[in-house]
Ligand binder design. Structure first.
Ligand code: ATP
Length: 252
């Protein structure tokens, strides 16, 4: 059996009276890519955000149920959310590098967590940029502004930034939807490479992308997890009629 990175048990999320996620139980294996798909408004981003407690900062949002990582329910009130977010990195739809140099974007997190030694920081910067295949493209301009990079490079920089604090899980909310096809292909190659080390949960509207990059796929509809299975099964022989309708483009 594959090693488990995380699982949810009866996870529900409410915005005020409205229930956006309905008792979702889902497991995520280490070193696998899990795609979350479904029509707009079905709750994919809400579910993803709850996995590293980002919904805590949304006014009116309330989370019920359990999320287990390393033998702890991270929804418990005594969870150290800063440490939790070290373990679970997040990459957003729109690249959001800091208005700082390429080097500082990567060094920021480790420095925040107490690493001061310049040689150690240099090592982290190089290794994270290598992991995201950016090193050769930027090694001669580490002091240059991150904002001068292309959109695709900025997104890979943001992925590199999320790796600096040694997470085991990466959450990605439509990481390539703002990028051109070549940059998208690079992000997909990167995901295939990163899954050797990390569990990656990705929300995508692009079903071809889900089919290309993921091992397992979860189909959400109106806050319910309708079906969760091997990606190949979901895209060739789903068990539920609504999954079939969605992947065949009959709605959504
Ligand atoms: N901050 C919020 N306050 C109130 N309701 C919200 C909030 N964020 C999302 N919702 C509602 O929760 C439901 C799920 O939204 P969510 O953004 O998670 O869906 P999604 O599947 O990710 O959609 P999309 O694919 O369009 O990004 C929707 O009905 C949405 O209107």
């Amino acid at each position: 059996m594959s090693e488990m990175a995380m699982y949810t048990k009866d996870l529900s999320v409410y915005y005020g009276e409205k229930q956006a996620i309905k008792k979702v139980s889902m497991d995520f294996a280490a070193r696998e890519v899990i795609a979350l798909i479904g029509p707009s408004g079905c709750g994919k981003s809400t579910f993803l955000r709850s996995l590293n407690r980002m919904n805590d900062v949304i006014a009116g949002a309330r989370v019920e149920g359990e999320i287990w990582i390393n033998g702890r329910n991270i929804n418990a009130p005594d969870t150290d959310v800063v440490r939790l977010r070290q373990n679970i990195g997040m990459v957003w739809q729109k690249p959001n590098p800091f208005h700082k140099s390429i080097y500082e974007n990567i060094a920021f997190g480790p420095r925040y967590h107490g690493i001061r030694d310049k040689r150690k920081l240099d090592e982290i910067v190089e290794s994270c940029l290598r992991k995201t295949a950016l090193w050769d493209e930027v090694k001669d301009r580490l002091k240059g502004s991150a904002l001068a990079l292309s959109g695709g490079q900025q997104q890979r920089l943001c992925i590199a930034r999320s790796l600096t604090v040694q997470p085991s899980i990466l959450l990605m909310d439509e990481p390539a939807s703002a990028l051109d096809p070549v940059s998208t292909a690079k992000i997909e190659e990167l995901i295939a490479e990163l899954k050797k080390e990390y569990c990656i949960v990705i929300v995508t509207h692009n079903m071809y992308q889900a089919a290309r990059v993921s091992d397992k796929t979860g189909f959400f509809l109106m806050g319910d997890l309708v079906e969760y299975d091997d990606t190949q099964k979901i895209f060739t022989n789903p068990s539920q009629r609504s999954t079939d309708d969605y992947i065949s483009g009959r709605f959504g």
